[in-house]
Design a protein around this ligand. Structure first.
Ligand SMILES: O=P(O)(O)O[C@@H]1C[C@H](O)[C@@H](CO)O1
Ligand SMILES: Nc1nc2[nH]cnc2c(=O)[nH]1
Length: 271
């Protein structure tokens, strides 16, 4: 058995009657969203065969399965990043396991730096497309055609219907939701000001160190994907301030309530 199949088998045995259809991944500073999940079944990543351990401060490292916005959800409270030394192959495990237990859609969230001063910290950005600036891809290696195609089309990486429904709900709630392109940089260093200027020229609107590998793995196994960035800072050199993970966490926590409200209403709208 492959590692993700072992993870899925373990999770299936834990689920009993629960049937999560929507997966959610919470980024830096956004973990408190999972506290609103009702009747939670909490499974630490270290208990799940095949799952790596979450090492980044602010990423709790547990799967919370329960009800949110009247939907059954499987929520990853914390994620894995390549810069933690996790191989691209291991990044495949959580999403494939979530698909195997029945999740058809995934909503990814992250903390990100903005490349436009008008999209200030505290803003939310719906990802309409991405730029993979890492040269790395979690789908590198042998392809299992039973999971997905060798050459995956990414013309619609972020699902149009999911984006439309999230935008509609944001509008109803009078939440300003920017649209933009997220650029994946490996990290763990933040960028230099020169890199930020270059990334803006390349067409990026926000920059971060996650999400794209999850999108690639999820799309490959046939899940629908939407993603929202919580803007925690302006890109390096744009404000004169030094960047830090503490700032990411503080600003993420400040935005978590607004993002949580949007996610709950969106889940309710799926009924
Ligand atoms: O997991 P996300 O993408 O939300 O985390 C961001 C990127 C880095 O891991 C970290 C930098 O502060 O926050
Ligand atoms: N790469 C990158 N990741 C972030 N996560 C939160 N802010 C940033 C940023 O400015 N750059």
């Amino acid at each position: 058995m492959k590692a993700y199949q072992l993870s899925a088998e373990y999770l299936r045995n834990k689920l009993s009657q629960r049937k999560p259809k929507v997966a959610i991944i919470l980024g830096s500073g956004l973990g408190s969203l999972a506290d609103a999940i009702e009747d939670p079944l909490i499974i630490p990543y270290y208990d799940i065969p095949g799952f790596p351990t979450a090492t980044v401060h602010g990423h709790k490292g547990q799967l919370v399965i329960g009800t949110l916005g009247n939907q059954e959800v499987a929520c990853m409270q914390g994620r894995f990043h390549l810069y933690e030394g996790i191989s691209p192959e291991v990044l495949q495990i959580p999403l494939r396991a979530l698909k195997l237990i029945g999740c058809e859609q995934v909503l990814l969230t992250n903390a990100a730096g903005s490349l436009h001063s008008e999209m200030a910290p505290g803003s939310l950005m719906l990802i309409e497309d991405h730029i993979n600036f890492t040269g790395l891809n979690p789908l590198t290696g042998e392809n299992d055609e039973a999971i997905g195609p060798r050459f995956l089309d990414l013309t619609q990486a972020y699902d149009r219907d999911m984006r439309t429904s999230i935008q509609r709900v944001a509008k109803e709630m009078k939440i300003e939701l920017h649209n933009g392109v997220y650029l994946w940089a490996v990290g763990p260093t933040f960028e230099t000001p020169a890199e930020i200027r270059m990334f803006r020229l390349l067409g990026a609107d926000a920059i971060g160190m996650s999400t794209v590998p999850e999108t690639l793995v999820a799309r490959h196994c046939g899940m629908k994907v939407a993603a929202i960035s919580s803007i925690t800072n302006l890109g390096a050199g744009m404000s004169g301030n030094a960047l830090s993970h503490e700032e990411t966490l503080d600003e993420g926590q400040k935005a978590a309530k607004l993002l949580g409200d949007l996610i709950v209403k969106w889940l309710e709208s799926l009924l």
